[in-house]
Design a protein around this ligand. Structure first.
Ligand code: NDP
Ligand code: GDR
Length: 347
């Protein structure tokens, strides 16, 4: 009889994969983390968390777009839980690579659902759904029954995977659950995403390694939480009695501009804003020097203007609620980036 729980985490080289693997290892799971073959695989996140050599962690090569390899992975693993975190997850890139995004982010999830259906329908499945599915929002705040209106190829691909998870739940009785997670950030966030781009650039400006931070739409509003708390929510979603859909969010929304001001403040720099739209600039309040500039090259063909989630169901059913404030999160990210840049490296 199997006593230790075995979990599969796709996308272990990403932000959430690293934090979730750490959490599951702490809970005594045997964890298999998948990564895809690249010319030089980068495990900096699990290294930073100190779990890369954990005896209960196995790293396995796997591409989400390959159904036969997904089937073999499950045949060899005897997993009780699968967390599908792998994706082409960058919204901006999805406009340039809509088909690749559809294959990985949309169809990739179905490859795993099919593998579960074929190999072992008792395996519990978590799908990483997203607030990007709300897109052009139809209600404020957004919750589980708010109508979807995705605004990017990424959002559309995630919506397909989301509905397929619901469909496999209803058609085949598979324990397929979906977490509609709003933006969650951390020192392990990729540098292409706006919060980490900001905190890394603020650190570089503070240390005299960069002159100006260039950004796109400063008016976009996001509900930003701390990733480490959100992976705990993922785990709770799979421990529930019934498979279901849950929103995880903080219920607070701020503009990109506010996050920039907050990040500079965390580095003891006061920012003053001038102008608007493409001519808007952020200045050092003391010296007057321009530190932030808008560049149209970071605008998207269609934007998601405002996200704010209502996590009441997750609190009521799962006992999950976020604790870290945006100010604390921002401070933590700026401090980590100052440390890294001082040490002369930053991923
Ligand atoms: P990351 O971009 O940090 O990680 C994505 C992971 O997917 C990476 O490990 C990446 O590998 C892997 N991957 C990409 N393509 C493939 C492929 N073809 N086969 C196998 N693996 C692949 O994302 P996050 O950790 O931030 O997010 C985790 C999941 O949650 C994603 O699905 C994302 O879309 C979703 N999500 C994230 C939110 C957030 O705010 N962070 C909010 C809501 C949903 P590699 O390192 O090789 O690129
Ligand atoms: P998002 O995150 O698109 O919400 O998707 P991102 O941090 O990329 O953008 C947030 C907002 O900031 C605006 N923005 C910029 N964004 C980036 N990346 N770079 C810039 O220079 C910049 N300037 C302004 C964007 O236009 C946008 O409005 C993230 C991803 O993690 C998804 O995988 C996840 O599903 C959602 O969060 C919830």
């Amino acid at each position: 009889m199997q006593t230790t729980k075995r979990a599969l985490v796709t996308g272990i080289s990403g932000q959430d994969g690293a934090y979730l693997a750490q959490l599951l290892l702490e809970k005594g799971y045997e964890v298999t983390g998948t990564f895809r073959r690249t010319s030089s695989v980068n495990f900096w996140r699990i290294e930073e968390l100190g779990i890369q050599n954990h005896p209960n962690l196995k790293l396995v090569e796997h591409d989400l777009t390959d159904l036969s390899s997904s089937i073999r992975l499950l045949q060899n693993g005897q997993f009780s839980e699968i967390y599908n975190l792998a994706a082409q997850s960058f919204v901006g890139v999805s406009f340039e690579q809509p088909l690749t995004t559809a294959e990985i982010t949309g169809l990739g999830a179905v490859n795993l659902l099919e593998a579960i259906r074929i190999v072992d329908p008792k395996i519990r499945f978590y799908q990483a759904s997203t607030s990007e599915m709300f897109g052009k929002v139809q209600a404020i705040p957004q919750k589980e029954d708010t109508p979807f209106y995705p605004r990017s190829p990424y959002g559309v691909a995630k919506l397909y995977a989301h509905w397929m998870t619901v469909n496999y739940r209803e058609s085949y009785g598979i324990f397929g659950s979906s977490g509609i997670l709003f933006n969650h950030e951390s020192p392990l966030r990729g540098r292409e995403f706006v919060t980490r781009k900001i905190t890394d650039s603020v650190a570089k400006i503070k240390l005299g390694k960069l002159d100006v931070l260039e950004l796109g739409n400063l008016d976009a509003k996001r509900d930003w939480g701390f990733a480490k708390e959100y992976v705990e929510g993922m785990w709770r979603i799979l421990q529930a009695d019934q498979p279901d859909t849950y929103v995880l969010a903080t219920n607070r929304t701020e503009t990109v501009r506010d996050f920039v001001t907050m990040a500079f403040k965390a580095a003891d720099i006061a920012i003053e804003w001038q102008g608007e739209g493409e001519t808007e600039t952020g200045h050092d309040a003391q010296s007057g020097k321009v530190l932030v500039r808008v560049s149209p090259k970071f605008y998207r063909p269609a934007e998601v203007d405002l996200l704010i989630g209502d996590p009441a169901k997750a609190k009521a059913v799962l006992g999950w609620e976020p604790k870290t404030t945006l100010e604390e999160l921002c401070q933590m990210m700026v401090e980590a980036d100052l440390r890294r840049n001082q040490a002369g490296f930053s991923f």
